[in-house]
Design a protein around this ligand. Sequence first.
Ligand code: CA
Length: 221
Amino acid sequence: MRILLVEDDVGIAQPMTDGLRRLGYDVTWVKTGREAIDAEPHDLVLLDLGLPDFDGEMVTARIRETSQVPIIVVTARSDEIDRVALLDLGADDYLVKPFGFRELTARIRAVMRRASNHSSPTGEDIVVGRLSIEDRTRTVTFDGVEISLTPKEYDLLSYLASDPGAVLSRDEILRSVWDEHWWGSTKTLDVHIASLRRKFGDPDLILTVRGVGYQFAEPTL
Ligand code: CA
């Protein structure tokens, strides 16, 4: 498995590279956001937020324009808003420095497991009212117009839309769409819901069920 490590701090990158290579990962180490954006495709990206040229948010967004590769952001910041924003941009997970090597490899395995779960198509397309989801190509159209979603937004939408009208609890959604070991903020779910509503331009597509969770409403014809 090929990992792209984007980290300008040699003191952090060198032991990470050595450790991951010992475990059999094929590691490419670059020190700038520019090199990360230009790099050939990898199976996973480990991205430091504090790079000398571009910030991590921008690098994440640029990678997401062309690739669904899992991205784990490595951050020294502890501000929750930054982390939620990163997940919203399409990062799959984050690690806060300082972290242990064991934690790093656990996160890598978890992200790869989720990626392989979600990328194996069920072949089941969903058509609800004006919305259609083609799972094989992960294409979403609304009123015939293709809507561009991040991998997590897609997973969340297809989970909700697979059972229109059902009230789904927050726990149920987080467990199914993220991971049973999801340790992040539950605010992440709200951020993704808000983003879906914005992208579809229809606040009634996904209804908030106060104190419980969310409900996918059949789009009005
Ligand atoms: Ca740095």
